[in-house]
Design a protein around this ligand. Structure first.
Ligand SMILES: [Zn+2]
Length: 251
């Protein structure tokens, strides 16, 4: 047995037995973990509101030999994106709640078990702060998706069309899903289009802090174009991951 106390983000929880819950959490330096929180429903002293998705804090847990599930002893919450919800209007509160779930799900799907990924942890932690801010939730979601794929090394290049190698893309591009690339209009054979505004948002988002992205927002039409492209890229990536895990399990 080994005991740890680490910085982590709670991604989700689900019922394990009458009183216990499973907590899935992303640690700062030890990857994603799954643990049993004994008496989680009853013990507000040890868990309190810490089991809300995307809560960041300090998690004390014990690893046991030959067991995948750790034992979660205590969570001290530091920051939760739900903190700002009571002060928001109905629509805005619903938007934040929806995004909390969406971001936590994506982090969960993206993070491999127990492989340390400090940059993914930092991205998640930055999102919590930004979700507490006021501004464009859509801009924040597109920014989050961009960085999630970029950290994984699967985000398409934004500057030059890889098919002809010549046309600069800042004026607009088309997603060529099979190549996982943005290509110029001359090289495209159909696919979701990204306008000049969309390309500008993506190129500038790369260098900005999430709080700044939320505050500034972006043209709604451009954000919708990016959403369509990102949905396809994410679905493709996750499908590929699922297939490769299946293959590994069959070996
Ligand atoms: Zn081209």
């Amino acid at each position: 047995m080994r005991a740890y106390s680490v910085n982590a983000l709670v991604l989700r929880t689900y019922r394990y037995s009458e009183a216990d819950r499973i907590v899935v959490f992303l640690t700062e330096d030890r990857g994603k973990k799954r643990g049993v929180a004994k008496n989680a429903s009853a013990s507000r002293r040890r868990f309190g509101a810490a089991l809300e998705p995307l809560t960041s804090g300090r998690v004390a847990y014990v690893e046991r030999e030959h067991r995948d599930l750790v034992r979660v002893d205590r969570i001290e919450p530091r920051l939760t994106p739900l903190a700002s919800v009571p002060g928001r209007s109905g629509d805005d509160a619903a938007r934040v709640l929806g995004q909390v779930t969406y971001f936590a799900e994506l982090l969960d799907e993206w993070a491999p078990d127990s492989a340390p990924n400090e940059r993914l942890y930092r991205l998640g932690a930055a999102m919590i702060e930004a979700l507490n801010g006021v501004g464009s939730g859509d801009a924040l979601a597109r920014y989050f998706e961009y960085w999630l794929m970029r950290l994984e090394g699967v985000y398409p290049a934004l500057e030059v069309c890889p098919r002809c190698g010549r046309r600069a893309l800042p004026d607009g591009a088309v997603l060529a899903l099979a190549d996982r690339a943005y290509v110029c209009g001359d090289c495209a054979h159909g696919g979701p289009r990204l306008s000049r505004d969309a390309m500008t948002f993506l190129r500038t988002a790369a260098g900005r802090a999430p709080a700044d992205v939320v505050a500034r927002g972006g043209p709604p039409e451009a954000l919708r174009e990016i959403e369509v492209a990102h949905n396809r890229l994410i679905a493709m990536h996750l499908e590929k991951e699922l297939r490769s895990t299946r293959v590994v399990k069959q070996l």
